[in-house]
Structure formats: structure tokens, C-alpha cells
Design a protein around this ligand. Structure first.
Ligand SMILES: N=c1c2ncn([C@@H]3O[C@H](COP(=O)(O)OP(=O)(O)OP(=O)(O)O)[C@@H](O)[C@H]3O)c2ncn1[C@@H]1O[C@H](COP(=O)(O)O)[C@@H](O)[C@H]1O
Length: 109
């Protein structure tokens, strides 16, 4: 999926806020709140993990698409934009993963 396609999907998800939950899965998830979206993301991630461990490439590809879609819905439910996530990835470019981990903000609460 190109960056354009990812942007279009994020825009579609944002536009579904307040849409009819009977006709839009995205609207249904957003109306249910961040916890539902987060649980659905975790469920889809687990399904992707299972396919990765099983080594089923085609099913992993399909589950990974579900994961990416549900990640975007969870971010939207939490008012975090795709641009913010991509900016964070860009900020990390060229730094080692070990140094980056040490510099991460501590979790709130
Ligand atoms: N990429 C997706 C996408 N991937 C998965 N899903 C939906 O995610 C849902 C969850 O899948 P499950 O198999 O877990 O469904 P389920 O078991 O019935 O759900 P639960 O009972 O567990 O809650 C299904 O209804 C899938 O259709 C998606 N729904 C929407 N999109 C994209 O979002 C756009 C807008 O969709 P709507 O909001 O539905 O108009 C679409 O055009 C697509 O581009």
C-alpha cells in the first residue's frame, strides 16, 4: 500500500465519525469508543501473530491488512493522526533502535 492509499484510508476512517453504525463498521467502532477499538486491534494483532508463527504467508498478509486498518481506527478513536505517527517514525530514522528505546517518554500514570 502506498503512502497515498494509507492517507486515503485514514481520511475515510476520519470521515466515518458520526456516520451510521448500521452501514459502517468504522462508525460502529468509533461510536463504541477507544477501548473497543483497542480491543479489536489487539484481537487482529493476535490473529496476525498466529499466522506469522504458522508460516501461512497469504493469511498473514490478510491479517496484517486487518491490523493496519484497526490500528488506524484505534488512533482515530484516540485523536492521534497518521501524520503524527509518521513524523515519529521519521524522527527515529537513522538512530539505533537501542538508543531510541532509551530516549522514549515514560508511560503516563
Ligand atoms: N479495511 C477495512 C477493514 N478490514 C476489516 N474490516 C472489518 O472489520 C470487521 C472485523 O472483522 P471480524 O472478522 O473480527 O468481524 P466480527 O467477528 O464480525 O467482529 P466482532 O463480532 O468480533 O466484533 C469486519 O466487519 C471487517 O469487514 C474492515 N472494515 C473497513 N475497512 C476499510 O474501511 C473502509 C470504510 O469501511 P466502513 O466504515 O465499513 O464503511 C472500507 O472501504 C475499507 O477500506
Amino acid at each position: 500500500m502506498s503512502r497515498d492509499a494509507l492517507d486515503r484510508l485514514a481520511a475515510t476512517i476520519a470521515a466515518r465519525r458520526g456516520a451510521d453504525p448500521d452501514t459502517s463498521w468504522t462508525a460502529r467502532l468509533l461510536a463504541a469508543g477507544p477501548e473497543k477499538a483497542a480491543r479489536k486491534f489487539a484481537e487482529e494483532a493476535t490473529e496476525a501473530v498466529i499466522e506469522a508463527v504458522r508460516g501461512d504467508r497469504a493469511r498473514l498478509t490478510s491479517e496484517a491488512a486487518d491490523v493496519m486498518y484497526h490500528l488506524l481506527v484505534m488512533l482515530a478513536a484516540c485523536d492521534v493522526t497518521l501524520d503524527e505517527v509518521l513524523e515519529e517514525l521519521a524522527r527515529r530514522e537513522g538512530t539505533s533502535g537501542i538508543a531510541e528505546k532509551a530516549a522514549r517518554p515514560a508511560p503516563e500514570g
